[in-house]
Ligand binder design. Sequence first.
Ligand code: GRG
Length: 291
Amino acid sequence: MVKNKLINNAKKIDKFLLNFLKKQKHSLLIKPMKYGVISGGKKIRSTIIFDVGKIFDINQKKLINVCSAVECIHSYSLIHDDLPCMDNDSIRRGKPSTHVKFGEASAVLAGSSLLTLAFEIISDKKYSIDAKIKNEILSNLASCSGHTGIAEGQELDLKFENKKKKLSEIIDMQKKKTGKLFNFCLYAVGAIAKRNNREKKHLSRLGEEIGLLFQLTDDFLDSKGLKKIVGKPVNKDNKKGKSTILSLMGEKKAYIYANNLKKKILRKLIKHGKKAKELTRTIEFILERKF
Ligand code: GRG
């Protein structure tokens, strides 16, 4: 079951992060940082990294730093996303958002510290991958997270509120806001597996499509999911006037769009044969998930 795989992977990432933080000097921000990143979240991005690792025969030891860094960036984006100046959400992962628990200033600082922690985790000298590849991954992580990636996606998402946007504009926004981190997940494994530039470009594109599929399901869950299971308030997109594929097309057409996107992604995995079995299962889960 994919759910068990996620739970298992979450334990590994949480253990790695706890050990990494333990070796650093203590600070007041450790508590809100741990609150934001440890013991919560599906760790779907890490699971995808491990699944892609299976395709290229890269073992989990070589990927765990990348997974942990991605979870730091992801949790940082959620902490900031929940702030009153952004989406102003008070519940995340079934508990009070970080700013509700620790105050806005600590949440901003803890989020920013998780961002820099991600870069420390990958650049760590104990992380034994080729220095050139490390550099390449760090540079890609920066461009996927910053003003050409997630941050720009968030800016567009906020600017699009209560505006009528075209499908291509919504797809571009969601591929940045959510897809860019999935892009990084696949690209990083390709880089560690020493694939050529063409293949890495192909992996990046596939990552963004997976991210878009993930975001589509997130939007379906906001509209149809149960707050207790989803772990955050539902029906927020409608109230905030968010521009989503669902709000543009309506439920029926958006489901067809998502299903076609899933099929397109799965077709791209066929060439990897049995090695893509785990990634295929995770992709199926992304559209079926209830949380
Ligand atoms: C530059 C990293 C960065 C952040 C600043 C706030 C912000 C800009 C970006 C927000 C991006 C955002 C919230 C995207 C939504 C992605 C999404 C669908 C999140 C939910 O992911 P899940 O379901 O969450 O994997 P869990 O709780 O399971 O980890």
